[in-house]
Design a binder for this molecule. Structure first.
Ligand SMILES: [Zn+2]
Length: 307
């Protein structure tokens, strides 16, 4: 079982107005709008729209000065579809070396694929998950300008909708030494919540993270909630609902930021015009705060699952 340890809490405080300057909000919204435009045809894995999204993210990662993880940003992998045929997917992965302990890695993930075109209708997947994919660029840009203590892997995964295949490929064949992978922070649907509620799930499995992340709830324009990580609660349990699942299965601590299912979920109406831009910026802001805290505490976090 998990070894219980107490985290050394290295807190920092920031006001949200100052925080708003930590990433380029206009670019973030442009990236989300672009990735969820009809040109990308719902970003189904291996389709022209999916490949366009892949190339858009690779060039965004390159344009902000991030280095590739391994020899290339693009990491191809094969997976079997529901029809038992073999398909190819491609993860897009960059690396930001840590300033103090570059041998430990915080892996920040979001899937960029979605479900494509069905019955002639484009499923643009603005919230699911152009929102998370665009946030990867903003997060990377921040840490390139404010060097993290530990290395940060920025991974846009493919074929999540087909069964978390991109994340599984990263676990099977990571572009950094596997024993240095200390935590996963996943983002999947972070731009749309009528109640202005953002969940951070995973602390049910890794309760050591709860006091640390609880500090992020103060003075927020959105409500940060814990939960959705109790096994046996069906669709309410998000433990294996997205790309953090393969990390958890390996015993790597994770949290996932996400919203409750909304009317656009896996429907053609998951469009840019229905996202809540202010909520989205606030969500990326709190995620950035979480990443700074988790980076500062990564040595302690990696001990959570040491047996
Ligand atoms: Zn998703």
């Amino acid at each position: 079982m998990h070894r219980r340890i107490s985290l050394v809490l290295l807190l920092f405080f920031t006001t949200s107005s100052a925080a708003q300057n930590r990433f380029d909000a206009a670019r973030l919204l442009t990236d989300l709008r672009t990735l969820s435009s009809d040109d990308f045809e719902g970003r189904d894995t291996g389709t022209p729209g999916g490949i366009r999204a892949r190339d858009y993210l690779a060039s965004a990662f390159d344009s902000i000065g991030m280095e590739a993880c391994g020899s290339d940003f693009l990491h191809r992998f094969m997976f079997s579809g529901r029809d038992d045929s073999t398909y190819e997917g491609t993860n897009v992965i960059g690396l930001i070396p840590g300033a103090e302990n570059p041998d430990l890695y915080l892996v920040v993930t979001a899937h960029y694929d979605h479900v494509g075109i069905r019955n002639g209708e484009i499923y643009n997947g603005a919230d699911d998950n152009a929102s998370g994919a665009a946030a990867l660029v903003a997060v990377a840009n921040h840490f390139l300008n404010h060097r993290p203590a530990h290395s940060i892997v920025i991974a846009a995964f493919d074929a999540e909708e087909k069964g978390l295949w991109g994340a599984q490929d990263f676990i099977n064949d990571p572009c950094v030494p596997k024993d240095g992978i200390s935590m996963n922070v996943n983002m999947d649907m972070i731009s749309r919540s009528a109640a202005r509620e953002l969940y951070v799930a995973g602390t049910g499995h890794y309760p050591e993270l709860l006091p640390l992340l609880s500090n992020l709830r103060e003075n927020r324009p959105l409500t940060l909630l814990f939960g959705h990580d109790t096994p046996g609660t069906g669709r309410d349990d998000w433990t294996y609902a997205s790309d953090h699942g393969p990390f958890h299965r390996e015993g790597i601590p994770f949290v996932v930021f996400s919203v409750e299912e909304h009317p656009g979920f896996h429907r053609p109406g998951d469009d840019f015009e229905y996202i809540d831009a202010a909520f989205y910026l606030d969500a990326v802001d709190v995620i950035l705060d979480a990443l700074v805290l988790l980076d500062r505490n990564l040595e302690a976090i990696r001990l959570i699952n040491e047996r």
